[in-house]
Design a protein around this ligand. Sequence first.
Ligand code: PLP
Length: 362
Amino acid sequence: MSASATRFWSDDLAGLTPYVPGEQPKIEGLIKLNTNENPFPPSPRAIEAIRAAADERLRLYPDPTSQALRECLGRHHGVSVDQVFVGNGSDEVLAFLFRALFQRGRPIVFPDITYSFYPVYCRLYGIEAQMVPLDEDLAVDVDAMCRIDPASVGGVILPNPNAPTGRALELEQVERLAAHFSGCAVVLDEAYVDFGADSAVALVGRYPNLLITQTLSKSRSLAGLRIGFAIGQSGLIEALTRVKDSFNSYPIDRLAEAGAIAAYEDEAYFEQTCRAIVRMREEVAAGLSERGFEVLPSAANFLLARHPEHGGADLAAGLRRHKVIVRHFDRPRIGDHLRITVGSDSDNAALLTALDAIFSGD
Ligand SMILES: *Cc1c(COP(=O)(O)O)cnc(C)c1O
């Protein structure tokens, strides 16, 4: 970048620190276990529906309210259509809710080790972050969060299961948070909930401050379609809609809406693939433990693991030489860990074979 390029930037742009997604390298034969994509293809019915929607109707704008998809999600989750918001990936839903629901001038509470997009949105909107350290087992410290004076806080957000640890909270703990912070929005990012945690959607009727976000990117194998959604009482949904309609009237395109609905209609495929991932997760965890790794218990489609004798950066580089990429975070407390997505059976076998080669000096 030439020095003069920044001349035209807005005043505070240089102060932003954008999120860095896991890389998407175009290397032949690479085994990609770095971005928590699902190893299974999307439901064949979703692909069929997308093909069927790809016709002359693309001339027309999509439904700005995504009514059919919201009805489908409402039916599936047992809530009414005015309790559902949909966005272009849950990252967009998160971006909107930071703007719509978090009070400026007071900090937003989230764990110190969590989804690294949250601090990015804080900077984007000029909101302060109050990070609560995970406990010594790298679990979200609900007790410590509940010791914060709720009146001092502008909002709370955390993933359940947490990322990149994979550890899940009990619903009773979620309820404690929603009740303690009853004066502000409490957001639960359930991107990985289908792999083994309990969803807090059942609690939204009782907690008007509770908003749940989910995505079709992980458990429905549709990261490429970009659909995420939020469920909460209609007042929260209306706030999100106000931001959306001040930003982009049509975040969900025609193909995405058709594919997402069809994916939800194929419940059997969804359940079968989720079960397979849980099985493979436990197999990979066992394989890693046999090789000396300490593996955190995970309720997600990834594992966070460290080896007492090998640094995280070295291991990630070694795996890359063997054409396996995993995610390494150069951050305090997890710098020696690797976050490993659960892949297909053959991906997972390749991971373990590559580790054996590395440990035998190759
Ligand atoms: C993957 C992920 C998301 C974003 O998913 P989208 O693809 O934007 O729907 C949100 N939160 C967490 C914790 C994630 O890991």
